[in-house]
Write a protein that binds this ligand. Structure first.
Ligand code: SAM
Ligand code: SF4
Length: 466
């Protein structure tokens, strides 16, 4: 195994060496976290070992505070869109793995992609996360065709369009990433699954492409080299000790900052879920409890304060509510993860079509109404990447506390579009009340501009942004 920036003995040493952090040490770490400059590995190791319930309440409070300070009260919405589940890998936890004979295989045709995207647009979505298995027959050419088809799909009355497509797919080489860069994709996500090389080898057979730990670990470095400067890290929690994985994510972010000058745009923390004919879920000793999950989410917010945090419909609605206040900045809504699951209603949420089970199957309208009732501003904003505020440029904005200067107005403008074009009467009612309050909270300059643009949207204009 080549030398990488993950040194398991070092991570284990940090966790063992900070086993019983005292109150003063934690208070110092929290004071440092409050500066919103991130935390170092020993500080994170100490927080991971914290037990005092009162101090945990402090951690949760601070996670919320930092999120509000950096991003404001907006939460960005997207739809996962599973395009193909053909896969040559054999990841022990995944319903799509090649040895899983219970999985129905399917790769959407370009026409089927259009049909799915039309339906997504008709619910109000503007941002997609397109997801692919890894298979030689469905490589970058297939990805490029389906991405181009999704971007080109437009609906009318009301006018719908996809304005940003993020990708979750296997690691690629630099020339293939360039093909996707030319298609103007947003973020490229690759989850390391587990950062522990030994556990990684147990779960990903060496004969498969995914068996190469180091190739995957540097996937996002290569993506950045190809010019894809918004990239996303993640670990699949439940495969190994969650504390080790949190430190793995931190070392990954630190190495990206050191060698590329910019850390990840977002971080994901999916929890392992049951999948058809997949015993690993029932056998792993590492499933993460809800309590530990809350803790890890809050720690991630403190350790990488400028990184977007994504929470998916793998989690139940009740837990999702709580997580919004711990630092989460992006969620999915109206989620279906079966291949063809948006247009083939009779086949939605059936295990044979899905990679795993999801627990939040509410409609987008329901998810949005709930966010509004909790006093968050649901956002479909795609302004940054279309205004070239990506990679380092976005991070600089965030680090100087300016991300919310654009995030908040753009959330208002995109929510206004949603309320007019797609919302149910009840969602429109609570949404309009929220927008009126939010516009009043803006400073004089933004107040004037946003009020004017809201009127323009009411008069039929679309896609206005800061
Ligand atoms: N095939 C590509 C890859 O492996 O990078 C795309 C990723 S896969 C379709 C999306 C992600 O789903 C994986 O990276 C993994 O973290 C997650 N996943 C796989 N099986 C899962 C399960 N049983 N429960 C929850 N998440 C799972
Ligand atoms: Fe294939 Fe990805 Fe599933 Fe692994 S996680 S079997 S690579 S789809």
């Amino acid at each position: 195994m080549p030398e990488t920036f993950i040194h398991p003995e070092e991570i284990e040493g940090l966790l063992a060496g900070n086993r019983r952090p005292d109150r003063r040490q934690i208070e110092e770490i929290l004071a440092h976290a409050r500066e919103a400059k991130g935390l170092n590995p020993p500080e994170v190791a100490a927080l991971l070992n914290l037990e005092d319930p009162d101090l945990w309440q402090e951690v949760f409070r601070l996670a919320k505070e930092l999120k509000l300070e950096i991003y404001g009260r907006r939460i960005v919405l997207f739809a996962p869109f599973y395009v193909s589940n053909h896969c040559a890998n054999d990841c022990a936890y995944c319903g799509f793995r090649c040895s899983n004979t219970a999985s129905e295989r399917r790769a959407l045709t370009v026409d089927e992609v259009r049909r799915e995207v039309e339906l997504l647009e008709r619910t109000g979505h503007k941002r997609l996360l397109m997801v692919y298995g890894e298979h030689p027959k469905y490589g970058v050419k297939y990805m490029a065709e389906t991405i181009a088809a999704a971007y080109a799909t437009r609906t009318s009355d009301p006018c719908g369009e996809i304005r940003r497509i993020n990708i979750n797919a296997a690691p690629l080489d630099v020339p293939d990433y360039r093909v996707l860069k030319d298609l103007a994709i947003g973020t490229y996500q690759v989850f390391q699954e587990t950062y522990h090389p030994g556990r990684y080898a147990e779960l990903h057979p060496a004969r498969t492409r995914k068996g190469d730990y180091a190739y995957r670990l540097y996937a996002l470095h290569r993506a950045q080299e190809a010019g894809l400067d918004d990239v996303a890290v993640g670990a699949l929690f439940g495969l190994y000790d969650w504390k080790f994985e949190v430190l793995g994510i931190l070392y990954h972010a630190l190495d990206m900052e050191k060698s590329l000058g910019v850390g990840p745009h977002t971080v994901s923390f999916p929890r392992l879920q049951p999948a058809i004919n997949t015993p690993l879920y029932h056998e792993t000793p590492y499933l993460v409890s809800d309590d530990d999950f809350r803790k890890l989410v809050a720690i991630v917010r403190l350790m990488v304060p400028y990184t977007g945090m994504i929470l998916t419909a793998r989690e139940k609605p009740e837990l999702r509510h709580e997580m919004y206040s711990l630092g989460v900045s992006q969620i999915d809504g109206g989620t279906r993860i079966g291949i063809g699951g948006y247009s083939e209603k009779e086949k939605e949420n059936i295990p044979e079509r899905q990679q795993f089970t999801i627990y939040d199957t509410r409609s987008l309208d329901d998810v949005i109404r709930e966010l509004i009732e909790l006093d968050y501003i649901p956002s479909f904003c795609t302004a940054c990447y279309r205004s070239h505020r990506t990679g380092e440029a976005f991070m600089n904005l965030a680090k100087h506390g300016h991300a919310k200067d654009t995030c908040q107005p753009n959330a208002i403008l995109t929510l206004k579009e949603f309320l007019l074009d797609y919302a149910s009467p009840e969602t429109r009612r609570v949404g309009d009340a929220l927008l009126a309050r939010e516009i009043e909270r803006l400073d004089a300059r933004d107040h004037e501009r946003v009020s004017r643009q809201v009127k323009e949207i009411e008069a039929g204009k679309r896609d206005l942004y800061f």
